[in-house]
Design a protein. Structure first.
Length: 353
């Protein structure tokens, strides 16, 4: 396998190719990509456009289905919520996008006050850099199981020849070795190929990182709700037909990846997180592009199953009070979203922004 450019792996000291176990190398590639996924920046050389106007005018039935799905979601609107219950200080829940676009990274005075007045800051994960690399080394077997394809799991066994060649070409366009197409599971490939290249060239911090930085500046303890391997393991054991459909969706969406980023930003800035989630789950996310839907089973695991785990791990912090919790926006709305789950635990929910 050709080594990746040093900046992709967070610097040349990350590993030495001559001494590294090749499977550890594979795991580190995915982990590095996930780090970049979490720090993606919509730069000036991103030229995406919001997909909603075309959906509304050219695919009204698809647009109506998205609106209908969003209209039934509890807590459709809102990015910052106060969670309160008698006997403890209020806590706060922030919806983030793992992006550093300047349109979404400015903190309001209300948000800043809530954050700096907290006793603890709780993020999805705090594994980055050396911590993440150590986690891979210490749990190598789990990373192999979660990332490497076996037998019929391999993409060349799932896809038609033309589609597989497109997958190899897409990896190369992303600056990755095309050999990964035969080596990684479909879920790992989907995570690797999620982003347009323009979103991983910047150095500005994303929202979650800004939260962590401010907490560190104010000497507020920061903890994570999940490990990176847990986030990937939730996708283990997908049926072959789901893995095939996932890869096909990745290929069909590839040419619109910058548009996806712009559409996410537009919905987030509007505060309509419910419609963002409904769109991500829709059968026709891109007008005129067939088989672009991410399989519902994949979305359910990536969002709903993790919501349950994040709820369980966040509750002790909420009970102590004074927590500031920041997680990806799509984890908040809906009957299975974190806001509803916390409300069911007896917390009063007030939308602040």
């Amino acid at each position: 396998m050709a080594p990746l450019p040093a900046p992709f792996i967070c610097g040349p000291r990350c590993f030495k190719e001559s001494t590294m176990d090749i499977q550890y190398h594979h795991a580190l590639i995915l982990a590095a990509a996930l780090c970049l996924t979490a720090s993606r920046t919509a730069q000036a050389d991103c030229h995406g456009h919001d997909l909603f106007p075309a959906l509304k005018s050219e695919a009204p039935a698809a647009y109506a289905a998205i609106e209908t799905a969003a209209s039934t979601m509890p807590f459709r609107h809102g990015k910052l919520f106060r969670l309160s219950r008698t006997g403890s200080e209020p806590s706060y829940l922030l919806a983030t996008l793992h992006l550093s676009d300047p349109r979404i990274t400015s903190f309001s005075p209300q948000l800043t006050t809530a954050l700096t007045g907290s006793k603890i800051v709780v993020l999805e994960s705090v594994e980055t850099g050396d911590v993440l690399r150590d986690a891979i080394r210490n749990n190598h077997a789990a990373w192999r199981r979660a990332t490497l394809a076996r037998g019929n799991q391999r993409a060349d066994k799932l896809l038609e020849k033309t589609d597989f060649e497109q997958l190899e070409a897409l990896l190369v366009r992303k600056g990755l070795p095309k050999s990964l197409a035969r080596e990684f599971k479909a879920s790992a490939l989907a995570l690797l190929l999620d982003l347009p290249p323009c979103t991983v060239r910047g150095t500005k911090p994303y929202i979650d990182k800004l939260v962590a930085n401010l907490a560190r500046e104010k000497k507020i303890k920061t903890v994570g709700l999940e490990s990176t391997i847990e986030q990937i393991e939730v996708l283990n054991g997908l049926p072959r037909e789901i893995e095939r459909d996932l890869l096909i969706a990745v290929l069909r969406r590839a040419d619109s990846s910058e548009n996806f980023v712009e559409t996410e930003i537009a919905r987030y800035t509007e505060g309509d997180i419910g419609v963002l989630l409904a769109w991500l789950q829709s059968t026709e996310p891109i007008n005129g592009v067939v088989r672009a839907q991410i399989p519902p089973v994949f979305v359910d695991r990536l969002i709903n199953l993790r919501n349950d785990r994040m709820r369980d791990r966040a509750l002790p912090f909420l009970r102590r009070g004074g927590a500031f919790i920041a997680v990806g926006a799509v984890h908040l709305p809906g009957k299975n979203g974190l806001v509803s789950l916390f409300e069911k635990e007896g917390y009063r929910v007030d939308a602040l922004e």
